[in-house]
Design a binder for this molecule. Sequence first.
Ligand SMILES: [Zn+2]
Length: 57
Amino acid sequence: MKGMLRRCASCGTYTLRENDCPVCGGQVRIPHPAKFSPQDRFSRFRIALKEKEGSCG
Ligand SMILES: [Zn+2]
């Protein structure tokens, strides 16, 4: 798609480049809401930690 605006995952700069950020060279992503949320990632991480604690003892 032409004119797709992307956002750097590292510094948050908006760019039309597809490969890397023109400012810091970081990875750029389309700033659309993804299927998964960052909160979900954290909750999964916390569940993993909980299981670790539970198995100890
Ligand atoms: Zn950047």
